[in-house]
Design a protein around this ligand. Structure first.
Ligand code: APR
Length: 308
């Protein structure tokens, strides 16, 4: 049976997600955007690329939500990206309206879909999606942790001159500057990071990871990161469609796990065909727990601003 994934927002992250997904030949793809002609043009271009790499999926662009009919997964990337000097939180009010419409419209055509949210501020937008759609928590997952952890993995691999495949990092918490890179649980081929790296180098990597999105916004001047967020989306889609039970850091709705409830928050989450299968709970020490609690306060403030 063919799968169908619709991506709402055909901008940098949306179109790049389609690119990574098409390469994996996971599903037929639909790109929806408000800009006339743009999703159609990008989809046609991508469709025309596929003979070269021998992948058989259909890629359709539209300005109309009807095209999303019967989707297994809806990815929401529609919204404004950051400009230099802006935090992800500055996007809240504008993006909330855009995400609300995207959820309401897509649900009419795909009542069983699983939602993957990328639009920032991520944890608040995922919360909004669940509430607006009246969805069970299994069906709404925010993408943040794979990206933040991948950034940290890249920095560690560059520092030590080892393969990225040997570097395992776990960044939890809200998707903002208060995110929590867990250095004790992160490791290089099994050796914990706080053993393999001098304290000052490790601290520098943690800081760079926390500000990783801002570093790219500052360099690009207009727009924000898209390759890494988009490939993270592709990994989540693959985990769900192939029912892999893959454990990745992701933003999910907590109901008491880690002592937190009624918020979306980055934790290790097992993803399978139903969406969220299980939240994995790490044993945390006092300072890790405190850092997560501080990050949770930040996310809760944003969620309160939604006034749902
Ligand atoms: N419906 C559909 N698409 C919309 C709507 C809407 N109501 N409003 C805006 N869009 C589209 C824009 O036309 C644009 O093509 O969303 C797209 C967003 O693309 P970009 O501006 O390139 O932004 P991008 O880098 O993809 O980031 C999108 O993801 O990572 C987050 O912080 C980022 O919130 C931002 C979002």
């Amino acid at each position: 049976m063919r799968h169908k994934v619709s991506i709402i927002g055909a901008g940098m992250t949306g179109a790049t997600s389609a690119h990574w997904l098409a390469e994996r030949e996971l599903a037929d793809l639909v790109l929806v955007d408000i800009v006339e002609g743009m999703p159609q043009g990008k989809s046609l271009d991508l469709q025309e690329a596929l003979p070269v790499i021998g992948k058989d999926v259909s890629v359709v662009g539209s300005n109309d939500y009807e095209a999303t009919e019967g989707s297994d997964i809806i990815v929401i990337t529609a919204g404004l990206p950051r400009k230099p000097g802006m935090s992800r939180d500055d996007l809240l009010a504008k993006n909330a309206e855009i995400v609300r419409t995207a959820v309401e419209e897509t649900l009419k055509h795909s009542p069983e879909a699983i939602y993957i949210i990328l639009t920032n501020p991520l944890d608040a937008m995922a919360y909004l999606t669940m509430k607006v759609g009246d969805l069970p928590r299994e069906r709404v997952i925010g993408q943040a942790g794979i990206l933040d952890s991948a950034r940290m993995r890249a920095f560690v691999a560059m520092e030590l001159g080892v393969s990225v495949e040997n570097v395992h990092c776990y960044v939890l918490g809200g998707h903002g500057d208060s995110m929590v890179p867990l250095t004790r649980h992160s490791n290089v081929a099994g050796v914990p990071l706080d053993v393999i790296l001098p304290a000052d180098r490790l601290e520098a990597i943690v800081e760079r990871t926390r500000k990783g999105g801002g570093e790219i916004v500052g360099l690009l001047k207009s727009g924000s990161a898209f390759y890494a967020p988009a490939v993270a989306i592709a990994q989540m889609v693959e985990a769900i469609l192939k029912d892999k039970n893959l454990i990745v850091p992701a933003s999910v709705y907590l109901q008491g796990e880690y002592g937190l409830k009624d918020l979306f928050f980055g934790v290790p989450a097992q993803l399978g065909r139903q969406g969220l299968v299980k939240v994995i709970e790490y044993e945390l020490n006092e300072s890790e727990r405190k850092a997560l609690e501080a990050s949770a306060e930040h996310v809760k403030t944003n969620i309160a601003k939604l006034a749902l």
